[in-house]
Design a protein around this ligand. Structure first.
Ligand code: CP
Length: 313
């Protein structure tokens, strides 16, 4: 595996190796072994054309924990404002010796295009409405940790599926790992191509929640709406929001997830967001281990145990 462009590119064995490696790293972190020399001398470029809090900071921290040199590039304040193209920007950064490029871009397919221009590994940190593979990896990691299994797990993904790169990556990865996904959205926020996705579709949230182990709420992405009919926020919340009353109808071990950023009071109530059965902050913490694992395996690692070979402070 040279690049990570799509969750759908991962075989079951490759995905499991990433999850298991992340677990070893998390366990080492719990033993206060936080820094590894694995990527010493390597350079990771974070190339962000869209805003991010979680993904950008955790990729930066992950690369630093592996001792890589890190360049953080944000389109704002760069020569992009003078008309420089993605290709020329990427080639400029490569000339500085980038071994890995983490890219977030508003255009679906940007990460794939980039992989044809640069010599190093490309890691897709979210491309338009297409994919966000490391988000899916940290989500399934969180499910496996909390629920103890992925095979046969029933996952509902709810909300603005049409504009969600998180939904697509999760559906593909959950399918590879043996879980069953149901997408729930208003008809106008369901992708036209959804019948080709390996999952079920429902327009009835209450019916779906009653037979789900995990519910993942998605933010309504108003910034990507281009004429799509959107129910009023009150109507949306009433029919597709997760509040305490609705969550209480799931079984006692069921968990609520959200990739963030959340809009409290819209797709998820504060009561649910702050509940111990809601994994939002765990997902963020797990994202660091997952991104360390992916950088480690793509840029410098092998399949051997990290704890035994590389640990150091
Ligand atoms: N989940 C996620 O991608 O969050 P950020 O936009 O803050 O990176």
């Amino acid at each position: 595996m040279r690049h990570l462009l799509s969750a759908g590119d991962l075989s079951r064995d490759e995905a499991t190796l990433i999850l298991d490696t992340a677990r070893e790293l998390a366990q080492a972190g719990a033993r206060s072994v936080k820094k590894f020399p694995t990527l010493r001398g390597r350079t990771v470029v974070n190339l962000f054309y869209e805003d991010s809090t979680r993904t950008r900071t955790s990729f930066e921290l992950a690369a630093k924990r592996l001792s890589a040199d890190v360049i953080n590039f944000s389109a704002k304040g760069s020569s992009v404002s003078k008309g420089e193209s993605l290709k020329d920007t990427a080639l400029t950064l490569q000339a500085m010796g980038a071994d890995g490029v983490v890219i977030r871009h508003s255009a679906s397919g940007a990460a794939h295009r980039l992989s044809g221009w640069v010599d190093g590994s490309v890691l897709n940190a979210g491309d338009g409405t297409h994919e966000h593979p490391t988000q899916a990896l940290l989500d399934v990691y969180t499910m496996r940790e909390r629920m103890g299994r992925l095979d046969g797990l029933r996952v509902a993904i709810v909300g603005d599926v049409r504009h969600s790169r998180v939904a697509r990556s999760n559906v593909l990865l959950l399918h590879t790992l043996g879980a069953e996904t149901t997408l729930v959205a208003p008809p106008t926020l369901m992708p036209v191509s959804v019948h080709t996705w390996p999952c079920s579709v429902s327009y009835d949230l209450d019916e779906t929640l009653a037979k789900s182990d995990v519910v993942m709420m998605l933010r309504v992405q108003a910034e990507r709406m281009q004429g799509a009919y959107f129910p009023t926020p009150r109507e949306y919340s009433r029919r597709y929001g997760l509040d305490g009353e609705r969550f209480a109808k799931m079984h006692d071990e069921a968990i609520a997830m959200h990739p963030g950023p959340m809009v409290r009071g819209m797709e998820i109530s504060a009561e649910v967001a702050d509940s111990p059965r809601c994994t939002v902050t765990e997902q963020v913490a797990n994202g660091l281990s997952i991104r360390m694992a992916v950088l480690y395996l793509l840029l410098g690692g092998s399949e051997s145990a990290i704890g035994a070979r590389d640990a150091g402070n």
